[in-house]
Design a protein around this ligand. Structure first.
Ligand code: SF4
Ligand code: SF4
Ligand code: FES
Length: 511
């Protein structure tokens, strides 16, 4: 994706640096290279050195308000000078020190100042374990508060929106959240009110944070535990969970995400076993080619999609049967059919689409006709499309599916006329649109009433139970990994199609 538009830049795909004019400088005596327009903090990061920072974020403007990134610049003559590295452009020959005694002293004092009114309630804070303030305290301060005055108390829990709770006492007024709503989501829904140690983050009077489709990104970028997800509040300590890289299937943007779930070694033994295989939270996985560092709120709510009631039982017209028997019965129907019309899932991975095309290759265009279909449509109340990330196509892999098979016509009954077997893979096809006299085979991961009406129903694994790749609307291919083992005997589509077609199985059509 070329970063040419305002929206591209907001997605974190900033203008590439001009590498034609390298600037030589040094950090702590180590020779480094910067490029035109880069600040000391940016050049240091590219060189693998982290200068502490709270208010600076690589995809937001630079307010320079926290002062923790203070560095020293050595001079040939005269005293060195000190300034914030996030707002200091690199110049030729500059000699930057980030670990001198004076820098360390300034950093310690800044930490003392920032924590002056901070409650330090790490023991009950949901950010504990991934809080930069906590990390920097141990790394750069390590001392108890020098203040003899009582801390200034503020509202402990203030509901910023239906999704986000603000703990004012923990807020260090870095203004990342405010800048996000002004510069990225453009809801302008947050503001800083009052001055000095009375400053508070508050919803703007003329905006509604509930209507910001990207609001939950402020939870991630808040450097402390001031902004809390109300849906994940107190679910699990971060060190009990692990992140599995995945792709949001919510629309054809295919944002890279991390799906957080409980580590097997911390499995709960006395509580509901479902807690060990539920999605604890979803966060962005920074991907400059797709979503930058952001995702929309639909991805945060993916549990509402993935944790719907599952199809766990193979059936023949509603009568349960063994998975293998169901597959064998479906295979007989498919292999003996005069005309099979298959409706191919746009939630299938690239590997599954490949497995389907390979299994039926000999009969495609003859006895087998395959159409790609949209499994999901925009739901009431959902943002259909915007200029930042959200796409109108609510399927993760329609691009790959339609690259292989024509899109199913809007008038489905006409396309299905004459079929003696209809194979429906995935969701989005109502029973009424299927021909009455045909044999119906359905393959799906979720429980639907119409599953019991199929002549054969085969339950499938879902995205969180297998690995694969999706191709987004721009052709970018992104991998996803399995988070959980399937909870019931289900078929993996990548292995199933060869059995249905009676073809040799595709090597490497893995899970
Ligand atoms: S709530 Fe968090 S992100 Fe917002 S100003 Fe306070 S510390 Fe910064
Ligand atoms: S923009 Fe689309 S793919 Fe990205 S997080 Fe939102 S729904 Fe998911
Ligand atoms: S990170 Fe530089 S002033 Fe905050």
């Amino acid at each position: 994706m070329s970063p040419n538009t305002q929206a591209d830049r907001k997605r974190g795909n900033n203008e590439p640096v001009d590498t034609s004019k390298p600037i030589a400088f040094s950090i702590n005596g180590v020779p480094c290279t910067a490029y035109k327009g880069e600040s000391v903090i940016q050049a240091a990061q590219r060189a693998g050195m982290d200068i502490p920072h709270f208010c600076w974020h690589h995809d937001l403007s630079v307010p320079g308000n926290c002062r923790i990134c203070m560095v020293e610049v050595e001079q040939d003559k005269g005293d060195p000078w000190f300034d914030i590295g996030c707002n200091m452009p690199v110049t030729e020959g500059m000699r930057v020190l980030t670990e001198s005694d004076t820098v360390k002293k300034l950093r310690r004092e800044t930490m003392q100042f920032i924590t002056l009114n901070h409650p330090v309630d790490c023991g009950i804070c949901n950010k504990a374990g991934e809080c930069i303030l906590q990390d920097y305290h141990y790394e750069h301060n390590g001392k108890a508060s020098m203040s003899v005055d009582r801390k200034n108390h503020a509202t402990k829990f203030f509901p910023l929106s239906d999704r986000i709770m603000l703990d004012n006492e923990r807020c260090i007024m870095c203004t990342r959240c405010v800048r996000f709503t002004h510069e990225v989501s453009e809801s302008h829904a947050l503001a800083a009110v009052y001055r000095g140690d009375h400053s508070l983050i508050r919803p703007a009077e003329d905006a509604n944070f509930n209507e910001d489709a990207y609001s939950d990104n402020v939870i991630d970028i808040c450097p402390v535990g001031a902004l809390l997800s109300r849906q994940n509040l107190d679910h699990a300590r971060v060190w009990y969970t692990k992140a599995t890289p995945s792709v949001c299937p919510g629309c054809s943007r295919g944002c890279s995400i991390n799906i957080w779930h409980r580590k097997p070694e911390w499995a709960l033994k006395a509580l509901d076993p479902q807690l060990n295989s539920r999605i604890e939270r979803v966060t962005p996985l920074e991907n400059p080619a797709v979503n930058g560092p952001w995702i929309c709120n639909k991805a945060r709510d993916l549990a509402a999609i993935f944790e719907r009631p599952r199809a766990t039982m193979a059936m023949a017209q509603g009568t349960p049967l063994e998975l293998d028997e169901a597959i064998a019965r479906a295979a007989v129907f498919v292999q003996n059919a005069r005309r099979v019309v298959a409706l191919v899932s746009s939630w299938g991975s690239n590997e599954e689409l490949e497995a389907f095309a390979t299994a039926f290759a000999a009969r495609l265009g003859g006895a087998v006709t395959a159409y790609a279909k949209a499994d999901h449509q925009p739901q009431p109340g959902e943002t259909v499309e915007d200029h930042l990330l959200i796409m109108a196509d609510k399927n993760p892999n329609l691009t790959a599916a339609t690259a292989r098979f024509p899109l199913a016509p809007a008038d489905l009954p006409v396309a299905l006329a004459g079929a003696d077997v209809v194979l429906v893979w995935g969701e989005g096809v109502a029973q009424e649109s299927l021909p009455v006299g045909a044999t119906i085979i359905r393959l799906d991961g979720y429980a639907h009433e119409h599953n019991a009406k199929a002549h054969v129903f085969i339950p499938l694994s879902i995205q969180t139970e297998r690995s694969g790749h999706y191709t987004n609307f721009e052709g970018t291919v992104t991998p996803f990994e399995a988070c959980f083992a399937p909870k019931a005997p289900v078929a993996h589509a990548a292995e199933l199609f060869a059995r249905l077609a009676g073809a040799p199985q595709l090597a490497g059509a893995g899970r």
